[in-house]
Ligand binder design. Structure first.
Ligand code: PLP
Length: 389
């Protein structure tokens, strides 16, 4: 029987585990014992064996892997200690010196650092293209192109990538594609169904969903997982059993949370657009978003991140953020609590004003990660904060 996402989120992982508990057990053991040498040999010779050594696998990892793979529609998955663990492990597993990688001009900060800097230090060529121009990916292809890295929607302006347009070209040329699906979550977007080979997540965001754990996942075919796993155990980005358990608990409610978050964010974005103190709102669900048609074609819902500019400058954005009472002022996204951040303030420690301008980070910009609070409270809070401007 094919289950819907809501049912998968509760039951998918139960099938990989013989435990007679309703809630998953946390296997807090660094290593597992064998009855005899024959069993020891079997445990240590099977890749990803869940009862050998926790860096190689753990029963609670096994459950997370099954659940996220089912949600993303891939054959299997690997789990890592963080989203960057997933991204770095995947890229390092797939490319070698002399290969060429295509990425986007906008990525999550540390992914951008990996593409811009680290890969080039290891002799991998990288071309970054404007993700809103689907044909730019094809133009960037070289004979040695091995991998195309996608991320949609992306910070800071919530721009989108036309996944099908890119994967059609990549498949025809035998080039692998990897998509960071953190912002959308599998409830809103399933990149593998649009032709992406490897879907990665920072599970720290929507999958975990409670701002209480750090983790990452790599969803792909069994063949790719086996390749990537060898690099994974070498790099050692191991998801702790406790965080794996928290991730499982978080994912039980993912479909419900995303449903509420989608509705809250769409309503909040439309509400913000009507406020005289607001200059511009960026949200893929709004008709004013330059790629709204693509968003409607590619996504089931538009996610919880809303970006907007306040009329005025740095000081006005700062005043609004500090007047808001419901969202915490914190630099994460994707959880049950709403979070808000003055974007330029978040980057001020690491970027100069000129770098921020070049990266499309206006000083009056605010990122609001909408949670599952009541929408009337979120709107009333915004109104009282806007009144201070
Ligand atoms: C947070 C984030 C990451 C990195 O995840 P960590 O769990 O912090 O390592 C990668 N990609 C996106 C889109 C993110 O938001």
């Amino acid at each position: 029987m094919e289950y819907q996402m809501e049912t998968l989120a509760i039951h998918a992982d139960g099938t990989v585990c013989a435990e007679k508990t309703v809630a998953p057990a946390i296997h807090y053991s660094a290593v597992f014992k064998a009855d005899d040498s024959a069993e020891f040999i079997e445990m240590s010779s099977v890749p990803q064996h869940p009862r050998n050594y926790t860096r190689y696998g753990n029963p609670v990892h096994e459950r997370v892997k099954k659940l996220v793979a089912d949600l993303e529609g891939t054959e299997t998955a690997l789990v890592t200690a963080s989203g960057m663990g997933a991204i770095a492990t995947t890229i390092l597993a797939l490319v070698k010196a002399g290969d060429h990688v295509i990425g986007q001009t906008r990525h999550y900060m540390s992914t951008a650092k990996m593409l811009d800097d680290m890969l080039q230090r290891f002799g991998v060529e990288v071309t970054l293209v404007d993700q809103t121009d689907a044909a730019a990916f094809e133009r960037a292809i070289r004979p040695n192109t091995k991998l195309i890295v996608l991320e949609t929607p992306v910070n800071p302006l919530l721009m989108l990538t036309d996944i099908e347009a890119v994967t059609r070209v990549a498949r025809a040329r035998g080039i692998l594609t990897m998509a960071d699906n953190t912002f959308a979550s599998p409830i809103n977007l399933r990149p593998h169904t649009l032709g992406v080979d490897i879907v990665v997540h920072s599970a720290t965001k929507y999958l975990g969903g409670h701002h209480d754990m750090t983790g990452g996942v790599i969803c792909c075919s069994k063949a790719l997982a086996e390749d990537i796993w060898h690099t994974h155990i070498t790099l050692g980005s191991v998801l702790s059993p406790m965080d794996a358990w928290l991730l499982l608990r978080g994912m039980r409610t993912l479909p419900m949370r995303i449903e509420r978050i989608n509705a809250n964010a769409l309503e909040l974005a439309a509400f913000l657009e009507q406020q005289p103190q607001i200059e511009r709102v960026y949200y893929p669900g709004l008709a004013s978003h330059p790629q709204h048609a693509l968003a409607c074609r590619q996504m089931k819902g538009f996610g919880g991140v809303v970006a907007f500019g306040v009329k005025g400058g740095y000081a006005e954005a700062e005043r609004l953020v500090s007047a808001l009472k419901v969202p915490h002022n914190a630099g994460n996204l994707g959880g049950v609590d709403s979070l808000v951040i003055h974007t330029a303030a978040m980057w001020a420690g690491t970027m100069s004003a000129a770098q921020m301008a070049a990266a499309d980070i206006p000083v009056n910009f605010i990122r609001y990660s909408v949670g599952i609070e009541h929408i009337d409270d979120l709107k009333a809070d915004l109104l009282q904060a806007l009144a201070t401007l």
